[in-house]
Design a protein around this ligand. Structure first.
Ligand code: FAD
Length: 704
């Protein structure tokens, strides 16, 4: 037999679903050598996840493709609740906005997962110069970590043996069906059951065995610095690490159908939560291209003694007739079905999200739950939006390896919250509505509405608040112990503790920018050209940290003096800005300083009033006009009132450090430079203060 080829790669990503593609996108945007493999020979074309939450859209915007999703998607504006009246007939009982008003510049939209994967693939191609592309029909057959080299920055301690499948071996069953005919009611319809949790056999071993009998030598050995396992709910990587998902399945079984409905139900183009008196519940999700997704509770299918439902009983006809009963007396039918599946509700979360900070698990591989709240794809992508830049910057020697532990401390808590939320929500959704207040077995519709409203904030992805770590400087969720000591829960190992008192003072400088939460967005104007920008648009996912200087009223001489002093410290050769930047690189290549001031735009001048540090000069391209912004009224787009909204004092301002994923890491005063220096020292690799030829800063190369 032939010897397998061997190679090194910085990051190997296993699985090219939404989570894996997000990880690959970070590698492309940060310029990291990475590979991504998937056992299937194609991406998804229809079905599966479809809801995109506000936070996911903000993330897409930072990557550069929110506009594509926004244009193609169906926009979800209102939710209608339908419950049985005293006569037992369903009627509309409430209307609420689908997205909490004012929460984000985006609102929830729906578009199928296949399109989202397409946007990612295009984006990764563009930003990696086509050097990162999904290698399809490739899956791992073994994975080993050399723990003795786990702390060696130069080492490639993870060895993965990859196997390449034939076209036939890697084709999902769905594809063969699609080839078989039309998608009409009688024709063949894309069936998502092969990926459903009701189908539980693991096919990897079988695929590898077959492939080995065909060609024993068809494998390749990859030595990786880091591996990210994004291989879905039945994750091979998770099993290879010996990690488990903890939690339970419930008895609730739901069907999902994407159809073009023919109906007299009045709210078919609204998102609806429908509880029938006796026939179960239904959720309506209006979609793009006249499609509507129906989530339908299947009361007639129940799990057997082993806890598993018999999937052979579940057909589109069975699912749809359940929907017809729930919607009665309204009529519903269809001629075209795009996709269907069924799943058993269960909530599980991974015990561990990483091994030796070398192999990480993300997405469905570490949390599974019911899909109705549209969380699966969103939380999975957000896992990798949290993880990707950390791995990228550590692999490039820009950040310290110790930041990698924050992935688990930050995301496991989100996964746990998600599971708790889903547990509550699924129970309220699958329960029969209470007949009256004495009906203890039934679900109170008031309680359901309440949970829906609260759930909406959680589901937007914007309530995430990361605990203290060397990336998030704040007081912990401190819990006083019996002995009087304080224990921080849900926090990574801390190098620098901050007392609650000190932290409260810092946070008071920017009450609208809670440390640990994502940097909210308001409109500001570019000082040089007066164009309005949502400030978040300036926080691109390019792997850079940012220091946002709220310069306050720059026309006040005392305040100007404070700003000058802050900039002098930045210019110092020993400053974090200089020491975190590798020699020869532009001064803003690792940490970018952005300014928002509050004086009148027309009374201020970029070159006269702002130190050069805030708009660095480059000998080839001149001044940087994209770094100084003003909180002022625009000609065409109103007034963002950013200082008020961020809760920052208009005279004195403050300073905020922002992570590459847009989370607020530190807040302080203009005089807290040393503390800010400490923040960056805690997470970044500093170069020696003398040997640093950083380009473009004040007093360094290029300034006239
Ligand atoms: P996945 O999207 O599962 O991606 C995993 C990838 O890894 C796949 O491309 C797979 O081919 C690949 N892979 C698996 N094993 C290996 C291996 N050994 N080697 C190499 N590659 C491998 N969410 C909703 O919000 N709404 C819904 O209605 C909804 N319906 C769903 C229906 C079904 C049938 C399924 C399976 C999921 C559904 N989801 C839904 C969930 C949503 O699709 C997931 O939460 C989301 O896709 C998770 O992304 P991921 O990248 O973590 O995993």
């Amino acid at each position: 037999t032939t010897q397998p080829t061997e190679s090194n790669v910085d990051v190997l990503i296993i699985g090219a679903g939404p989570a894996g593609l997000m990880a690959a996108a970070w590698m492309a945007h940060c310029g990291v050598r990475a590979r991504i493999v998937d056992k299937r020979n194609t991406k998804i074309f229809c079905g599966q996840a479809d809801g995109l939450q506000c936070r996911s859209l903000e993330i897409f915007d930072s990557l550069g493709f929110a506009d594509r999703a926004w244009k193609e998607a169906n926009h979800m504006i209102e939710i209608c609740m339908w419950n049985p009246g005293s006569d037992g007939v369903i009627r509309r009982s409430d209307r609420i906005p689908d997205t909490i008003v004012g929460l984000s510049r985006f609102q929830q939209i729906v578009l199928n997962q296949g399109r989202i994967e397409r946007f990612f693939l295009d984006n990764i191609k563009k930003h990696s110069g086509d050097s990162i592309h999904v290698e399809r029909g490739v899956l791992p057959e073994s994975l080993e970590i050399d723990a003795s080299k786990a702390d060696d920055d130069a080492a490639y301690p993870v060895t993965v043996r990859l196997r390449t499948l034939t076209e036939e071996e890697s084709a999902p069953p769905q594809q063969q069906q699609l080839a078989a005919g039309s998608k009409g009611k009688s024709g063949s319809v894309a069936d998502g059951m092969f990926r459903s949790n009701l189908v539980h056999e693991d096919d990897e071993d079988e695929l590898i065995r077959k492939s080995k009998t065909r060609d024993p030598g068809a494998s390749e050995i990859v030595h990786a610095k880091y591996v990210i396992g994004c291989d879905g709910a039945r994750s091979w990587t998770r099993r290879a690490l010996g990690f488990e998902l903890q939690g339970e399945a419930t008895d609730f079984i739901w069907g999902v159908m994407d159809v073009i409905p023919i109906t007299d139900f009045p709210d078919i183009r609204m998102r609806c939560a429908i509880h029938s008196a006796e026939n179960g519940s239904l959720m309506v999700i209006p979609r793009e291209n006249k499609l509507v997704r129906l989530y339908i509770q299947l009361k007639e299918v129940t799990p057997d003694a082993s806890g598993r439902a018999d999937r052979s009983k579940i057909t589109p006809d069975l699912i749809f007739s359940a929907a017809q009963k729930i919607l009665s007396p309204y009529k519903i039918d269809y001629e075209y079905c795009d996709w269907w599946t069924a799943y058993q509700i269960g909530q599980r979360v991974g015990t561990s999200f990483d091994a030796h900070s070398r192999v990480f698990l993300a997405g469905d591989a570490v949390h599974t739950h019911s899909p109705k709240a549209g969380q699966g794809m969103n939380v999975s992508m957000q896992d990798c939006f949290n993880l990707g830049w950390k791995v990228a910057l550590v692999a490039q020697g820009i950040c310290k390896r110790s930041i990698l532990s924050t992935y688990q401390s930050e995301r496991r808590r989100v996964a746990q919250d998600l599971i708790d939320f889903d547990h509550k929500f699924a129970k309220l959704f699958s329960g029969r509505p209470a007949k009256d207040v004495m009906d203890a077995e039934g679900v109170s519709m008031e309680e359901f509405k309440d949970a829906f409203l609260k759930g909406n904030l959680f589901a937007s992805g914007l309530s995430v608040n990361y605990g203290p770590s060397n990336l998030v400087v704040k007081a912990g969720d401190a819990v006083a112990q019996g002995d009087g000591s304080i224990k921080h829960v849900n926090s990574a190992k801390l190098e620098r503790e901050v007392s609650a008192e000190v932290f409260a003072k810092k946070q008071a400088l920017a009450t609208g920018l809670p440390v640990g939460m994502r940097f909210n967005s308001f409109k500001v104007l570019n000082q040089a050209c007066a164009r309005p920008w949502h400030f978040q648009e300036r926080l691109k996912a390019d792997g850079r940290f940012r220091v946002v200087l709220f310069a306050g009223n720059i026309l006040n001489p005392d305040q100007k003096e404070r700003v000058n002093r802050f900039c002098e410290q930045l210019d110092n050769q020993g400053s974090f800005l200089k020491r975190a930047t590798p020699p020869g690189k532009e001064v803003d290549s690792v940490i970018e300083v952005l300014t928002i001031h509050s004086a009148k735009r027309t009374e201020t001048e970029l070159l006269r009033d702002f130190p050069a540090t805030l708009h660095p000069y480059n000998e080839h391209t001149g001044w940087d006009y994209n770094k100084v912004f003003v909180d002022d009224v625009s000609y065409h787009e109103g007034f963002g009132d950013a200082y008020t909204n961020y809760g920052v004092d208009k005279e004195r301002g403050c300073v905020v450090a922002v992570r590459p994923d847009q989370y607020v890491g530190w807040v302080g005063d203009l005089e807290d430079f040393e503390d800010l220096q400490g923040y960056f020292e805690g997470c970044m690799v500093f170069r020696s203060a003398t040997a640093n030829g950083v380009n473009g800063a004040n007093g360094v190369k290029g300034l006239p």
